[in-house]
Design a protein around this ligand. Structure first.
Ligand code: SF4
Ligand code: SF4
Length: 205
């Protein structure tokens, strides 16, 4: 009988000790982030999928459609296209598609880009119901990100470039810049031969 009450008492005591710890932590200040209402700053070295770099002043991208990134990618997950606006000398980027299902985040594309037009995003909240949701249109993302930053996006801008009108005086200047043609070298004047003097008659001849 005594053992029976001892066991009940031990059980209650154990419950109280457990509850003391639980209540202590319940009212202590929290040390974890209340995700998704609260997020922690991401390390600048974090690698999300690649993104096109935005010039925050102009809203332009830096891509010259050289295809180096697509060639450097070991997984073949980059496809891009460019087009020349009417009157322009260079192509502008019109399409940039990334198949993130195949990307290994190796950074070959970022390192190969000659104009530093690519960067790793800080995007880590990626979830989807189909793999097609990870086929990303980076040009559209560029536009959306620009608008979030309050900048007007100027990507894939195919506005015709007006031809430059010649400015008065340009010809003269251009003429002045041209190197003057060298005058043909004159042949060295041959030394004129002195007229032969008649020999003076010698004595006795
Ligand atoms: S990080 Fe690597 S795998 Fe991913 S797109 Fe760039 S080159 Fe391809
Ligand atoms: S390497 Fe850079 S500049 Fe060349 S196509 Fe890729 S993103 Fe554009």
């Amino acid at each position: 009988m005594i053992n029976y009450f001892k066991e009940i008492f031990a059980g209650l005591w154990s419950l109280l000790v457990g509850m003391r710890l639980t209540l202590g932590y319940a009212f202590a200040p929290t040390v974890t982030a209340h995700y998704p209402y609260e997020t922690l700053p991401i390390s600048p070295n974090f690698r999300g999928h690649i993104d096109l770099v935005i010039n925050p002043k102009t809203g332009k991208d830096a891509c010259i459609t050289c295809m180096m990134c697509a060639r450097a990618c070991p997984s073949g997950c980059i496809e891009l296209e460019g087009e020349k606006p009417e009157g322009a000398k260079k192509k502008v980027l019109t399409e940039y598609r990334l198949d993130f299902t195949k990307c290994s985040l190796c950074a070959n594309c970022v390192e190969a880009c000659p104009t530093s037009a690519l960067e790793f995003s800080q995007e880590y909240q990626l979830a989807g119901l189909s793999r097609h949701e990870f086929h990303l249109d980076l040009v559209q993302r560029f536009r959306d990100r620009c608008r979030e930053m309050g900048v007007e996006p100027k990507i894939a801008d195919l506005t015709p470039v007006p031809a430059k009108e010649p400015v008065a005086g340009d010809e003269g200047e251009a003429g002045a810049k041209k190197p003057a043609k060298k005058a043909p070298k004159e042949a060295p004047a041959k030394a004129e031969k002195a007229p032969e003097q008649p020999e003076e008659p010698t004595a006795g001849s």
